[in-house]
Ligand binder design. Structure first.
Ligand SMILES: O=C(O)[C@H](O)[C@@H](O)[C@H](O)[C@H](O)COP(=O)(O)O
Length: 257
């Protein structure tokens, strides 16, 4: 597996703008090459700021939104429309402002669906399996780009240090007792994340600096889940504060700020 690339931007605002530009380019390139594209969204502040920047840039019109599959890396297990849902934030920031095919927006269902968290995870795994093509060689599509925010403890999606979800081999699991509220969540596992052609870990702020260093310096995924978040190509897209503790010889280090 290739070493992750590291790209550092001046601050959180520039980071969100730069990731938005990169995302639009990635989706347009995939649609040109394959006729279609797929993205996996993340919750969290930097992820939502990125989506808002996509909505704000006129270049968004270069994407054929109707030929895009939208998935989530994780979801908080609360009812549809609840302010805590990653879906709610993503809709407000971007999804409600572009012409998506509703059939291609793949939400993780909450308690209002009548499904338990476990059943919701299984239903999402089944939806992923249906979308996977023979060339994907597995139960999950080869996502074109999978976005991940990262917590100060190194969590990505709803994969928190030392929780059993980290060694679960199923592609999607229910998570109970999340240290970040709300406590019950649905998450892709590291095995599903690895199916992505590109994984982008996006983080801003000093509180993420230690996790970024550990994730890039051989820590174990049980202690630092972001250390196990790797795709065909992996990028850590950081602001200066989040990159402050990374020794320059780790990964391919590009300071563009
Ligand atoms: O549902 C969630 O809470 C997330 O998907 C989670 O993994 C998030 O991305 C990180 O906690 C970073 O969040 P911030 O960017 O807000 O720090």
């Amino acid at each position: 597996m290739n070493l992750p690339g590291v790209v550092v931007h001046r601050d959180a605002d520039v980071l969100a703008k730069a990731v938005a530009a990169r995302l639009i380019t990635r989706l347009v390139d995939r649609q040109s090459a394959a006729g279609t594209a797929s993205v996996v969204l993340t919750g969290g502040g930097v992820g939502l700021a990125t989506l808002a920047e996509v909505a704000a840039t006129p270049a968004r019109d270069a994407v054929d939104w109707r030929r895009l599959d939208v998935w989530w890396g994780d979801e908080r297990y609360v009812p549809a429309g609840h302010a805590d849902r990653n879906e709610t934030g993503a809709r407000a920031a971007l999804l409600d402002h572009v012409d998506l095919d509703p059939e291609r927006v793949h939400v993780m269902r909450g308690p209002d669906s009548g499904l338990s968290a476990e059943e919701s995870a299984d239903a999402y795994a089944a939806e992923l399996r249906r979308a996977a093509r023979p060339e994907d060689h597995g139960p999950v599509p080869s996502f074109d780009v999978l976005l991940l925010g990262m917590g100060p403890d190194g969590h990505v999606a709803s994969l928190f240090p030392e929780l059993p979800a980290l060694y679960d081999e199923r592609p999607v699991v229910a998570v109970h007792g999340s240290p970040k509220p709300p406590p019950t969540r649905i998450s892709l596992t590291l095995s599903a994340i690895k199916a992505a052609r590109e994984v982008w870990v996006i983080a801003a702020g000093e509180s993420k600096a230690k996790a970024a260093r550990l994730a890039l310096s051989g820590a174990g995924p049980m202690q630092v889940p972001a250390a196990g978040a790797r795709g065909g190509r992996t990028l850590f897209l950081l602001d200066r504060a989040a990159a402050a503790k990374i020794p320059p010889d780790l990964g391919r280090f590009a300071v563009v700020a």
